[in-house]
Structure formats: C-alpha cells, structure tokens
Ligand binder design. Structure first.
Ligand SMILES: NC(=O)c1ccc[n+]([C@@H]2O[C@H](COP(=O)([O-])OP(=O)(O)OC[C@H]3O[C@@H](n4cnc5c(N)ncnc54)[C@H](OP(=O)(O)O)[C@@H]3O)[C@@H](O)[C@H]2O)c1
Length: 289
C-alpha cells in the first residue's frame, strides 16, 4: 500500500473500498468486513448511501476481531445536499454521521456536491475539523472552475476532491487544478462504475495479460500511478480481493499513455452535473427528516 499525505499532515491510503448502492445493510456490513480482511483500510460511504450504520458496525466488528485498530482505518463519509443549506444544518449533519456510524471521529468528511449553500456548510466542516471531530475535510464533484473559486475563497482549503475518473474520463485539467492547490485527487467509479466496458476492451486485455493481471487491476493501477486514490466497489469477495492486489506491478509509460488514450471526455453518463434536472433532483432529495 502507498499513501498520500494530506495538507493537514495525515496519511491517506491510496486504495480504499466504496459502498455506493450497497443498500442491503447485511450485505454492506459483510462486504466492508471482507474488504478489511483483504487489507483495505480506507472505507468510503456517504450519508446519502444510507449505509453509514452498516459501515460503523463492520468497523466495530473488525476491531473486536483484532483485524485492525481504529487508528489504522481511514473512514470517509459525505454530507448530502439537503444538509448544505446553512451552517447549523451542516453542523447537525456532521454529528448525525458520527452518531449513525458510532464513531468518535471521521477521518475524512466531504461535501458531496457543489450545490445549495456549500460555503456555509464548509464553515461548519472547518469548525468540526478544528474541534477534532473530522481529521480531514474535502469536497467531491468540484470541477476545476468550482474548485478554483472555492480554494480562492475559503479559510481552510479542501484536502481531497473526489471526482469521477477512469480511463474513459481522465480529467487531466481537474488533476492539474488539484495539484496547484495541494488537493489530493480521489477517483470514484475507478472501474468505470458499471457504465463503461473496460473489461472487454482488447487493448486493456493485452496489457493485463502482459503483466499477468486482470483488466480491473490494470485500470486501478493506472489511476494510482497518476497519483490518484482509488475506491473500487464490489459485493463479491473474490473481486474485493482481486481489486486490492495492485501493489506488486508497474505499468510502463507506454502502457499508461495507451490507457489514457481511451479518454472520451465528459459524457455525463453517471452523474449529470451540468443538467438542471439532475441538480433539481439532488437539491430536492431528502435522505432523512
Ligand atoms: N462522490 C460521488 O459522487 C461518488 C459517486 C459514485 C461513487 N462514489 C464512490 O466511489 C465508489 C466506487 O464507484 P462505483 O461504485 O460507482 O464504481 P466502480 O467501483 O468503478 O465499479 C463498481 C462496479 O464494478 C463491478 N466490479 C467491481 N470489481 C470488479 C471486477 N474486479 N471485475 C468486474 N467487475 C467488477 C461491481 O460489481 P459487483 O459489486 O457486482 O462486483 C460494480 O458493478 C463508490 O462505491 C462510492 O464509494 C462516489
């Protein structure tokens, strides 16, 4: 495992496990436990995934089983748009996430989207960070122009920006902007999120065969070699283990360039940030009373 050091000085593993759309609580808990048993230490959830409680349970069970300590884990969650309406609502949302997960602190907390009054929400996150409730704070889905304006305005710059990036959406400008502001990039949908087809791509299959690896491992490795943290999701134990086995090989510069050539730019297939209907859907979506 390799690590990134965030601007606040803490270490973040470069690979973690995501639980988006793992709505069944028992399945979520079992998947997180399988991930921790396989060696993952970073777990990525969100208030909007409605499985923070299952993640918390898995964390407690892993610690009770002696697999790892709390200090070795890096738990990430995210504030949903519904709570980004005022400083007070955001402050309450942070406490709700802590309570739901049953944790004394969260390692990384993110603003899930650049929507509603995210500046007020950020001020609540800055205060929770100063109080030690959040060890690091960051953002998600902040496109370069949004991130630039944000970094030029806030007191504490985000330590991480979690964005969609994989070989079909390489997001070079986003990475350059993050590098400029010392923000660590983290990839959601690093395997294409089930909407792209890396697994059947012949060029990726050839690179994988040459390294004795799978396409999934090659695609994840490509991102970490670009300096991007990856958080693949799977509910299958064997895939969870396979996806973690990316630390014993190196892609050549030629491999890296070939993989990057798959870039299709913004397709908006996963999350349509530039579509007013999508924004209305997010701003209207309630995840709790
Ligand atoms: N910040 C945001 O707005 C945002 C948005 C989306 C996601 N995320 C985070 O990023 C994480 C990852 O993104 P994601 O879940 O959308 O997509 P992903 O990890 O790129 O892909 C997950 C899909 O790939 C399949 N899969 C996993 N490993 C595989 C393998 N080795 N071979 C073949 N198929 C495999 C999974 O199926 P099975 O489960 O059936 O194995 C699932 O359908 C999420 O879980 C979440 O934590 C954040």
């Amino acid at each position: 495992m390799e690590y990134k050091v965030l601007s606040c000085g803490i270490k973040m593993p470069m690979e973690g496990f995501g639980v988006f759309q793992v709505r069944d609580k028992a399945q979520c808990k079992e998947s997180v436990l399988n991930a921790i048993r396989a060696g993952y230490r970073l777990i990525d959830t969100a208030a909007s995934y409605t499985n923070e409680d299952a993640v918390g349970e898995a964390v407690r069970e892993a610690i009770a089983e002696g697999i790892c300590t709390r200090e070795e884990l890096f738990i990430t969650s995210k504030m949903w748009v519904q709570d980004m309406q005022s400083y007070d609502m955001a402050k309450k949302a942070i406490d709700t996430s802590l309570q739901t997960m049953g944790l004394e602190y969260i390692d990384l907390y993110l603003l899930h989207q650049a929507m509603k009054d995210y500046f007020s929400a950020w001020r609540a996150m800055e205060d929770a960070y100063r109080e030690g409730k959040l060890r690091a704070i960051g953002v998600s889905n902040f496109y370069p122009f949004v991130l630039t304006n944000f970094c030029e305005t806030v007191a504490i710059k985000p330590m991480v920006n979690q964005i969609e990036t994989h070989p079909y959406f390489t997001q070079e400008q986003a990475l350059e902007t993050m590098d400029y502001y010392g923000v660590v990039p983290e990839a959601w949908a690093p395997l294409g999120g089930g909407r792209y087809t890396p697994f059947t791509n012949e060029m990726l299959q050839e690179i994988a065969a040459a390294h004795g690896k799978t396409v999934g491992q090659v695609v994840l490795r490509w991102n970490v070699q670009r300096g991007v943290v990856v958080i693949p999701k799977s509910v299958h134990k064997e895939r969870i283990e396979e996806n973690f086995n990316i630390w014993d090989f190196q892609l050549s510069e030629e491999d890296m360039n070939k993989i990057s050539s798959l870039d299709m730019g913004y397709q908006g297939t996963a999350v349509k940030h530039f579509d007013p209907d999508f924004v209305r859907m997010c701003t209207g979506r309630k995840i709790h009373d």
